[in-house]
Design a protein around this ligand. Structure first.
Ligand SMILES: *[C@@H]1O[C@H](CO)[C@@H](O)[C@H](O)[C@H]1NC(C)=O
Ligand SMILES: *[C@@H]1O[C@H](CO)[C@@H](O)[C@H](O)[C@H]1NC(C)=O
Length: 797
C-alpha cells in the first residue's frame, strides 16, 4: 500500500520553483489561518466556490504582486489570478472521495508571496442524492417449510445506497401479498435490512412457490428506488436447524496478511440426516466491499482473503455467515475482523520551496528551504522524526504541524566548501523504522573577502650592472582564494624615488604576470640597490590589495680602470701625452736601501676585487735600484745608489686591479739622484727641462723658473736654520743656568718636528719631496701632497 517511498529529488515543479526564486526575501509567519467553504458535490468545472482572495484579506490591487497559489496534490480547485476567486476544477463525487463517511472535506494550502504566508483552506462537500439503492443480487430465493408458523421471520438481501444522511437507504417495500409482509430492521452498525414476516401459514399443496418484487427506497426528494426478484419455494418439513459452534467469531489480523491465507473457519452442525443434515455456508448481510475482500468456502466454512487489507482504509469488518441445511433450516453467526496497523508506509518528504544559490555572507538563520513531511501510518508508526545528515552548517527548524524549514546554522565560507548537498532524512517510529530522504543542492556564491597573498614574504634579486634595458629581474606571484573576478590579481609598482628620479623610470611591473623588468641599464657606481613595493590588487568591488617588499641588489662588474692620482698625469702638466703619468722625484745619493723615494697613489671606482689594486715596476733605467710595494705603491730604493748609477732614473709603474679581466693604468716617475744642492739643482734643471720637453714647452723658461724657485727655497731654508740654531742655543743656555736633572742635551729627543704654516703658501705649487744637504747634518723639508702641512726635520749625526 506504500507508493511514495525512496528518495525524492528536488526538481522543477510548477509553483514550487517559482516560489524558490522569491524565497530570499521572505518572512515566515508561523501562524497559518484557515478558511472554510461548503459546496454541494457534482458541481461542474468552473463553479464558484468562494472569494478566496477577499477572505484572505488580499485586495484586488495587491493580488498580482502577492501571487496567490494553491498547493494541492490533486487539482480539485483552481484560483483565478485576476479576481482571486476559488473555482471547481473538476467534477467532485463525494462518494468517490469520502466513501461512507458522514462528512467530507478537502484541505489544501494557499500560498501567498511577498511575504510568504500559508493559509489552510478547507472545502466541505455536501451530499446530493445521486445514487439509487441497489441490491447486491437482483434475485433472492427462499425455501420455507410448510410447517413454519406464522410470525416467522426470514432475512432478505440488503440494499446499499452510496449517499449519506437522509439520501441514504430508508426502507423496503414488498408487492401486495396476503401471506408475506416486509419489515425494516436496523443492524448495530446502522445499516437497514429487510426481514420477511410470514403472516399466514403456508400450504405447499395449495401454493408451491411465490414470485415477489422487493423494492428498496431512499429518503431523497424525489426518492430513488432499487428492486430485486424474490422467489419463495414452500418445502417439506425438516425438524432440526443447523447450529453454529460460536455465535460470534472474532479475528485480529495485521494488515500485511498475504492474499489467499485463511483467516478463520466457521462451523455449524445439524442433527438431521441426509439432505436435511447437509450444511452449506454463505455470507448473509455483507457489504460490497467486504464481498470483494473475503471469500467463504461454502463446504468447509473457511474464510480466506481475496485481496490485501489496508489499515489506513478500513480497520474493521463485520460479516454475517449463515449455515443452511438441505431442508431450508438455517442459523447465522457474526464474524468480526479487526485489522491492526503495520509500519508499511514510508514517510514522505516534499520540498515546498528551496533556494539553489546562497551568498557566502548570508547571515546565520537564513531560510534555505521549506519542507513538508507526513506518514500515512497511525501512531506510533506514523510519528516522523526529521534530521539533517552529516556535519553541514544547516539545521532544521519545526515550523508548524508537519512543516519544517532548513536554515543556515552559521556563516558559510565558499573558500572552504563551495557546494552543499544537504540530505534531509525522515524516519518514522515503527520497528524497524522506515525512512526516506530528500537532497537539496545548494551552491555558495563568492564574495570578495580574501586579499591577494604573495607566495613569499619578501623578494630579493641580484642583477649584474650594465644589464640590458628591459631585462627580467624577477617575478612576483600572488594568489587570491576568491573566485572569478574577485580572484583576478593585477600587479603594480608602489610609489618611490631613486636618486631623485621616480622609481617607475628604473623598473616596471607587468600587471598580469608580476614580472619585474629593469627599464634602463643599472650602474653599480651610482645605485647599489633598489628597494621597492609591489602591490597586488584583485578585481572585486571594492578591491582588496596587499603589498610585498622587493630588494634588488646591483652586483659590481669591473668596468672602471684604476685612476692614478699621484704622480699627476702628464696631461695635467701640459698638452696631453695620453694615458702616461709622470713626475720628478728627488733621491739623495747617500740613501740607504729601503729609503722611501715616492708613493704612487691610485684609486678604482669599482668595489671589492675589482677595486683591489696592485703596483708593479714595469720598466726602470737601472733595474734593481728601485722596488715598488705590491699593494702600498711605495717606491723605495732596493740598494744604495752607486756612483756609476745615472743621475736621472726613469720608472714606469703599472697599476692593476683584480677584476676579470683586470684593467690597468701606468704612471711614469723621474727620479733624480744627487749628492749636493748644487748638483740637485743642475739635475733638477735638466730633469725639468726634460719634463718640459716631454710636455712640449720651451726648456729655457721652465729652467729659469725652477732655478728661481729653488734659490728662494734655499735662502728661506737657511734663514730658518739660523733661527732654529738661535732657539736651540737659547734653550741650552737656560738649561745651563738651571741645574739639569740629567746630562745637558740628553733629554732632548733625537728629532724635532716643527710645523710651519707660513711656508705652506709658498710651497703650495710644489708637489715634490725636497731633500737638502748641509754639511754633515741632514735636514729634511717635506710637504705632503693633499695635507697642506709642511714639516721640517732636523737630524743630529
Ligand atoms: C552533489 O550532487 C551532485 C549530483 O548529485 C554531484 O554532481 C555533486 O558532486 C555533489 N556535490 C557534493 C559537494 O557532494
Ligand atoms: C604595504 O602594506 C603595509 C601593511 O601591510 C602598509 O603599512 C604599507 O603602507 C603598504 N605600503 C605600500 C607602499 O602600499
Amino acid at each position: 500500500s506504500s507508493s511514495g517511498g525512496g528518495k525524492r529529488r528536488l526538481g522543477p515543479g510548477g509553483g514550487r520553483a517559482l516560489l524558490g526564486a522569491v524565497l530570499l526575501c521572505v518572512w515566515w509567519r508561523a501562524a497559518a489561518e484557515r478558511v472554510r467553504y461548503t459546496i454541494a458535490e457534482e458541481l461542474g468545472r468552473g463553479s464558484l466556490v468562494g472569494p478566496l482572495a477577499r477572505d484572505l484579506g488580499l485586495s484586488a490591487d495587491e493580488l498580482p504582486a502577492r501571487k496567490l497559489r494553491l498547493s494541492e496534490e490533486k487539482q480539485y480547485f483552481t484560483v483565478n489570478e485576476e479576481n482571486g476567486n476559488l473555482y471547481v476544477n473538476e467534477r467532485l463525487d463525494r462518494e468517490e472521495m469520502c466513501g461512507e463517511s458522514a462528512t467530507c472535506s478537502v484541505s489544501f494550502e494557499a500560498l501567498v508571496h511577498n511575504p510568504l504566508n500559508v493559509f489552510l483552506v478547507t472545502v466541505a462537500i455536501e451530499d446530493v442524492n445521486d445514487n439509487a439503492p441497489r441490491f447486491l443480487q437482483d434475485q433472492f430465493q427462499l425455501e420455507i417449510n410448510e410447517l413454519t408458523a406464522p410470525g416467522a421471520r426470514f432475512y432478505l438481501g440488503i440494499a446499499e445506497d452510496a449517499d449519506v444522511g437522509s439520501n441514504s437507504l430508508q426502507g423496503y417495500e414488498l408487492g401486495t401479498n396476503e401471506n408475506f409482509a416486509v419489515e425494516v430492521k436496523e443492524s448495530q452498525d446502522g445499516s437497514k435490512f429487510a426481514e420477511l414476516v410470514l403472516r399466514r401459514a403456508l400450504d405447499r399443496e395449495i401454493e408451491q412457490s411465490f414470485n415477489l418484487v422487493l423494492t428498496a427506497l431512499d429518503g431523497g426528494d424525489p426518492p430513488r428506488t432499487g428492486t430485486a426478484q424474490l422467489r419463495i419455494n414452500v418445502t417439506d418439513a425438516n425438524d432440526n436447524p443447523p447450529v453454529f459452534a460460536q455465535a460470534e467469531y472474532t479475528v485480529r489480523l495485521p494488515e500485511d496478511v498475504p492474499v489467499g491465507s485463511t483467516l478463520t473457519t466457521v462451523r455449524a452442525t445439524d442433527a438431521d440426516e441426509g439432505l436435511y443434515g447437509e450444511i452449506k455456508y454463505s455470507f448473509k448481510k455483507i457489504t460490497e466491499k467486504s464481498s470483494q475482500t473475503f471469500r467463504l468456502d461454502s463446504d468447509t466454512g473457511a474464510i480466506s482473503l481475496l485481496r490485501s487489507l489496508d489499515f489506513e482504509k478500513s480497520d474493521s469488518y463485520e460479516l454475517e455467515v449463515q449455515a443452511d441445511d438441505g431442508g431450508g433450516l438455517f442459523h447465522t453467526a457474526k464474524v468480526v475482523v479487526t485489522v491492526t496497523d503495520v509500519n508499511d508506509n514510508v514517510p514522505e518528504i516534499s520540498v515546498r520551496s528551496a533556494l539553489s544559490e546562497i551568498s557566502e555572507d548570508a547571515p546565520s538563520g537564513t531560510i534555505v528551504a521549506l519542507l513538508h513531511v507526513r506518514d500515512k501510518d497511525s501512531e506510533p508508526n506514523g510519528k516522523v522524526r526529521c534530521s539533517i545528515d552529516g556535519d553541514v552548517p544547516f539545521r532544521l527548524e519545526k515550523s508548524y504541524e508537519d512543516y519544517y524549514r532548513v536554515v543556515t546554522a552559521r556563516e558559510l565560507d565558499r573558500e572552504q566548501v563551495s557546494e552543499y548537498n544537504v540530505t534531509v532524512r525522515a524516519a518514522d517510529g515503527g520497528s524497524p523504522a522506515l525512512q526516506s530522504s530528500a537532497v537539496l543542492c545548494l551552491r555558495v556564491l563568492d564574495v570578495n573577502d580574501n586579499a591577494p597573498v604573495f607566495a613569499e614574504e619578501r623578494y630579493s634579486a641580484r642583477v649584474a650592472e650594465n644589464n640590458a634595458a628591459g631585462a627580467l629581474v624577477l617575478t612576483v606571484r600572488a594568489t587570491d582564494a576568491d573566485w572569478g573576478q574577485n580572484a583576478r590579481v593585477r600587479y603594480r609598482l608602489g610609489e618611490g624615488r631613486v636618486r631623485g628620479a621616480p622609481l617607475s623610470s628604473y623598473v616596471s611591473v607587468q600587471a598580469e604576470t608580476g614580472a619585474l623588468y629593469a627599464l634602463r641599464s643599472l650602474d653599480y657606481e651610482q645605485v647599489r640597490e633598489l628597494r621597492l613595493w609591489v602591490v597586488a590588487e584583485d578585481g572585486g568591488a571594492p578591491a582588496l590589495s596587499s603589498n610585498v617588499s622587493v630588494e634588488v641588489q646591483i652586483v659590481d662588474e669591473n668596468d672602471n680602470a684604476p685612476q692614478v692620482l699621484y704622480p699627476a698625469p702628464a696631461a695635467a702638466l701640459g698638452s696631453g701625452s695620453g694615458g702616461a703619468w709622470s713626475g720628478v722625484e728627488l733621491a739623495p745619493r747617500w740613501s740607504e736601501p729601503g729609503a722611501l723615494v715616492a708613493k704612487v697613489v691610485a684609486v678604482d671606482a669599482d668595489a671589492g676585487q675589482n677595486a683591489w689594486l696592485s703596483y708593479e715596476l714595469a720598466k726602470a733605467t737601472e733595474p734593481g735600484l728601485f722596488r715598488v710595494g705590491l699593494h702600498s705603491g711605495e717606491v723605495r730604493t732596493a740598494r744604495s745608489p752607486l756612483a756609476r748609477d745615472a743621475a736621472r732614473q726613469s720608472l714606469v709603474v703599472v697599476v692593476k686591479d683584480h677584476g676579470r679581466p683586470a684593467l690597468s693604468a701606468t704612471a711614469t716617475l723621474s727620479v733624480v739622484l744627487a749628492e749636493s744642492v748644487a748638483e740637485l739643482l743642475a739635475e733638477m734643471g735638466s730633469a725639468a727641462d726634460e719634463a718640459a720637453a716631454a710636455a712640449g714647452e720651451p726648456a729655457g723658461s721652465l729652467t729659469r723658473w725652477l732655478v728661481l724657485a729653488v734659490a728662494a727655497v734655499s735662502c728661506l731654508f737657511l734663514a730658518f736654520l739660523l733661527l732654529l740654531l738661535a732657539l736651540r742655543l737659547r734653550r741650552w743656555h737656560r738649561q745651563q743656568l738651571l741645574p739639569p736633572a740629567s746630562g745637558a742635551l740628553r733629554g732632548v729627543p733625537v728629532s724635532h718636528f716643527v710645523g710651519i704654516d707660513g711656508v705652506r703658501a709658498f710651497l703650495q705649487s710644489y708637489s715634490h719631496d725636497v731633500s737638502l744637504t748641509a754639511d754633515s747634518r741632514k735636514s729634511h723639508l717635506s710637504w705632503k701632497p693633499g695635507t697642506g702641512k709642511c714639516s721640517f726635520q732636523f737630524t743630529e749625526k
